[in-house]
Design a protein. Sequence first.
Length: 131
Amino acid sequence: MKLITRDTDYAVRALCFIAGVPEKIVAVPELVKNLKIPRPFLRKILQKLHKSGVLKAYKGKGGGFQLARAPQKIMLVDLINIFQGPFRLNECIFKKKICPGRSACVLKSKIDNIEQQVIRELSNIALSSLM
């Protein structure tokens, strides 16, 4: 299991770059050149960030992307949710069905506690602290 997938990693790198040039609209070719991320892959990531409200998009000549909110208000856990879905350590699957002993499982309870601790920590990591 990966905590951070490639999509999330690329999103963080793109957002850090965009945040590093405040008040400027950053064009996709500039991001591709500086981040060395394939253009089609990067565009898909940027569109997803735009749809989720993290980025503002500007079309046409001089178009590109800007942060829709301050870097201090963009949290790593939010980016993980956008690109990976809700954070889960354990689904307790047994023969493609939910385990019948799930409610009494001591291990599940301990893993749930770890999961909540990780989510709390990820919720405290802002984009601004990664720049």
